[in-house]
Design a protein around this ligand. Sequence first.
Ligand SMILES: Nc1nc2c(ncn2[C@@H]2O[C@H](COP(=O)(O)OP(=O)(O)OP(=O)(O)O)[C@@H](O)[C@H]2O)c(=O)[nH]1
Length: 646
Amino acid sequence: MPPPIDIKRFEQLKAVGDLPSPRGVAIAIIRLTQSADVSMAELARVIKSDPAFVGRLIKAANGLVAENRRAVVSVQEALMVLGLPAVRTLALGFSLLSNYRKGACEGFDYGRFWSSSLLMALSMQALVQRVRVVPADEAFSLGLLARVGELALATLYPADFSRLLKEVARSPQLRQLDLEQTAFAMTHCELGAAMLIDWGVPTQLVNPVLCFERPELADFAEGSREAGLVQCLVLSRAIAQLCLAPESEQARLMPAMLQLAGRLGLPRGDFVSLCERIAREWSEWGKLLQIGTARAPAFGNLCAADETESEPAASAADPTMTQPGSDMPVLIVAGDASERAHMRVLLEESGFSVHEQADYTQAIESAIDVQPCLLLVDWSGENCGASLVRALRTTRFGRTLHILALLDADDDGLLEEAAAAGADDFILRPIRPAALAVRLRAGRRTVTLQRELEREREELRHFAAELSISNRRLQEAAMTDALTGIPNRRFAIDRIQMEWAAAARHSRPLSVMLVDLDGFKEINDAHGHDVGDIALRQISATLRGALRAQDVICRTGGDEFLVICPDTDLSAALGCAERLRSAAHDMPIDTGGPRVRLTVSVGVAMREPSMANADALIKLADRGAFLAKERGRNCVMSAQVVHATS
Ligand SMILES: Nc1nc2c(ncn2[C@@H]2O[C@H](COP(=O)(O)OP(=O)(O)OP(=O)(O)O)[C@@H](O)[C@H]2O)c(=O)[nH]1
């Protein structure tokens, strides 16, 4: 494996201060997630100070809802679902994205870079949920930052890197990584890996990132997690390239991509729906992050075109048998080497990719690494087939594994033991090729149907998550006034009930204000409804801006607003009301045409223990507003003060 860049050189680059680095709230979030005794409440408070990050964090957490089966709607829930390491790398990734959307490197397409990184993030998240080489929550950020070294080269050496990229574009036979090595004595892969290590990403995750653009240099053990991660990164990059390629190029890129997917054990049908989901999420995320996206490729058609070229004679009689066996790894667990070799030949003839394990105690580990669909286990008297199968059945993937026990013909006791331990079927010694073929066919059909079922389930979970997000949006919309964007009457009714109950329970003061615009009809009549609408929008923004954080303003009528002030007695509420009145009075309204001025009359009321309910409190505030109008408008009145002083 190539070494990461010289640590001294990296420290120098860092010291100059030109390396891309997180800024603002992201730094506080990263620091907090690194501290051992951070409380979730404290972290949530810091996160909430960056509303853009809140939305992204919740969406990232919802990317995992297929596994967690419920939509995430709050920061706290998102923190629980994602965990601190993932929150840290997300803060990092999104901060870089916000701060490095453009830059001085003219030949580097910043928009395309982030669009492609987003595709890699979503592809990694989706692939890892299937292949399980790392937790899915880490995968998104890893994909997002996998090529951050390129951004760093563009930031550090804008002119030289720009020239280099143009050279690669002119002569595609030149390898970008070779040119980088010559020009900067390091590649973007090495620089990116050094940055990830510096940011605290574990080396088991960084090493695959270092190698995935040159997988021939990776020396990870076959079947290891790192090797799997490299494959996922290579496939994610291929998906990103295909999505961003011109339509005329896409068919050319598809076969290699399908081959990569096949190597990861993804059946074509599954892979196509996975790509479609990635493209859907790409477009949603693109809108959220203001990153350009393209129209999704027609994955189904591209895949079908590849099939007609490469597999003209697929079996029409049994659709579950059209999948090549290489999509289905088989693990043979048997002590006898010659028996394993015999089974390997038979299985490979049927197109399966075969893995072997002689040692029963290591078989669980092999099974977790290989994630086979079929397990062939020798069940002779002295081995531990029963404990192996029982242990596998307790794992997530082991529940759907098709297990065949290899038995001696005359031992009914062992046959019963195999069935009781969880074997699905058996094959008797000596193995007859035709009998094994029949068993394999049945096993393959079961596995295919199970996968289809799982895919449908996943789609259902996805739709359920989408539905719950749209429901939440609908709920929010139903509670918001469309013209001014502030809460509406329905919200006001719910909220005042809530505050009324809390005030009664804890014997705390509660006040409300009724704010009514003065002479608003005249503005409509003189300048038209459009100007009236503009005035309404500006005045509600001004009123909202003049309130304290704990107060809530709602538009309850055409030119009428209700302000709910928890924990506020009458004199404090009168003070707030005066602030509102004066803010409205001092604000010239810019309608883009005629300049208009607006004043407000405000009625204030405080809850009294003798009042029957919240309606009585609002009525009293309304009475105050009426008195203010009577008094000549542009003033604050309370029926309770008049009452007390009269
Ligand atoms: N442009 C616009 N006008 C609205 C909207 N909703 C209500 N109105 C108008 O608001 C005006 C309210 O008029 P009035 O209730 O007489 O109140 P006013 O003119 O402010 O008079 P006073 O309250 O007595 O000072 C009416 O002309 C309504 O048509 C709206 O959404 N947009």
